[in-house]
Write a protein that binds this ligand. Sequence first.
Ligand SMILES: Cc1cc2nc3c(=O)[nH]c(=O)nc-3n(C[C@H](O)[C@H](O)[C@H](O)COP(=O)(O)OP(=O)(O)OC[C@H]3O[C@@H](n4cnc5c(N)ncnc54)[C@H](O)[C@@H]3O)c2cc1C
Length: 639
Amino acid sequence: MQFYVDGFRGGNPDIKDAAPNRRDRSEHAPLPEKVDVLIAGAGPAGLCLAAQLAQFPEIDTMIVERNPRNIAKGKADGINTRTMEMFQAFGFADKVKRETYWVNQTSFWTPDPENSAHIKRIGRVQDVADDSSEMPHILINQARLHGLFLEVMENSASRLAPDYSLAVRDLKIDPTATDYPVTVTLEDTGVNWGDLKTVRANYVVGCDGARSNVRKAIGGELHGDAAHQAWGVMDILANTDFPDIRQKCLIQSADEGNVLILPREGGYLFRMYVELDKLNPDERVANRQLTQDDIIAAAGRIMRPYSIDVKQVVWWSVYEIGHRMTDRFDDVPASEAATRNPRVFTAGDACHTHSPKAGQGMNVSMQDTFNLGWKLAHVLQGRADPSLLRTYSAERLAEAKRLVETDHEWARIMSAPPGASELDQGDEPRFVRAFKENLEFTGGLAVKYEPSALIASPTSQALASGLEIGRRFHSAPVVRVSDAMQMQLGHAAEADGRWRIYAFAGADDPRAIHRLAEWLEKDPASPVVKHTRTGEDIDSIIDVRAIFQQTFDQVAYETMPSLLKPCVGKLGLQNHEKVFCVDHKGLGDIFDMRGVDRAQGCMIVVRPDQYIANILPLEGGEALSTFFAGVLRPAQSAS
Ligand SMILES: Cc1cc2nc3c(=O)[nH]c(=O)nc-3n(C[C@H](O)[C@H](O)[C@H](O)COP(=O)(O)OP(=O)(O)OC[C@H]3O[C@@H](n4cnc5c(N)ncnc54)[C@H](O)[C@@H]3O)c2cc1C
């Protein structure tokens, strides 16, 4: 973590200096008439976007939430490794790691062959494969997660906070207006219940959940099907003789259905998802009037011979599995996709819903808006053409489709009684096999964006075989040369809307890095020169880091080019955190771990949302310039 760049200031370094232009949020201050971005809904999707946009105080962001305050408990709890990598960029991964339950092993239980009325453990699987991510898979309650994002917003220079008790009722887009074309009608859901107000916005993002008004306003409909199966979920404090209660467990009984156990933060609490009644095709789950006692009773039947003594039900809910998504995640119909730029977007449950048991709802919702946040910032800062925003729906829709299909299959596998599926053939029960096959997907690590202006063709992929273009940058251990600090290279990146170039030095030509750095810093054709505005720090939009093959004691730090030790901030202080080398204490060699060509080295270009956009040889300056010219406007034309 770096701070004091603009001068010493005591106190908590997480709290940034407040920007002068921020909104008056005092009790009776009026709502703004116009904003750059209006976010509907302070769930995981909305808060992740708000936390990202809060890093740019020059962008007026407003986030409205129908409820009077943050939720206190319940809803989703699974955070996969990919989302933890994102939390690292927001600066709260360590806090999350400290206070959460880590899913290390998953246990599988099926009917005991000797007494099918009882369950028996049939195996365990390591939940996060070695070196699939440096982060754990964790469980935390959604309310606490919201709190962490709210803290990031509150500590940012924008001092952004949700406007509670305000719901988006409707919106209208004026296609002839260039400034603030979206008029949003907000309804007071608090003390002045029913009062209507309007706010004009340049962009609106509907993160307002499965019943999204924003989606309805842009003509979006959720398509899909329901499994006609009622499930119960409860967060409980209880004692039990079941031995694996502090492990994630998938339990299948012979005749009573399934249970999923998720141990939770704090060491005592745990969640149970419990299969309840089959529903008729035309029936809603609410008709059954199922209660927490029904969930506890069903859990007891499924878990036999073990028993559960419930001391406190903290939260419970009954739901029906549905797999649904919309045709597009913005307001532009397919027929106009090539000619019109979007103004209104949907994200998270507003555009895709699925079963909670694969633990994806919260994760995918936040990943949606992490994809959108930097794009909105680039466009609103004038760094990129608004057509960049078309890539949001294109990239995230494909991912949502994959999620809904996989989730559908997983729900089918989980719900079929043992022995009743064609998938039961083989040595392993189908749900163990399916679980293992899906680990990369459930970890959020299988996301791969297709070639586009933002994702280059894999022409030079062979230069780093373990860092695939289109996938997230897979971190590995390194040592920072200036202070011999062991760390993860991926942790050099923050959620600050900047691009990263990781330049790996090749053994054949040790000076190639120096030539590249010199060219990047000074040549008018360099993307760093072309896209950095006058007066901005040299790394304001493209942040270049270098990684050497030697250990830190063999790298001559004093010979590093000025681009790798730039003077930045108000005081022009030298940044000493851009030069890295391989780890010398046995954690692994990043060149070997990620298949980087030792002879030639290479450049890895990483987007602000941590996805690999391009891989190029160190001499590939021209191709690098061409790539960035397809994404960013020249700085002198930006406003
Ligand atoms: C009751 C419930 C129980 C759930 N249980 C589980 C679970 O057990 N496990 C699991 O994995 N997932 C569960 N989920 C799903 C999971 O919470 C979501 O997938 C995840 O929260 C999606 O995040 P989101 O931000 O897209 O939407 P949400 O978390 O639904 O957030 C949407 C927010 O928008 C607000 N809002 C709605 N309409 C408006 C409006 N018109 N104007 C302004 N604000 C509005 C809502 O109050 C809410 O705060 C549950 C969801 C619900 C609703």
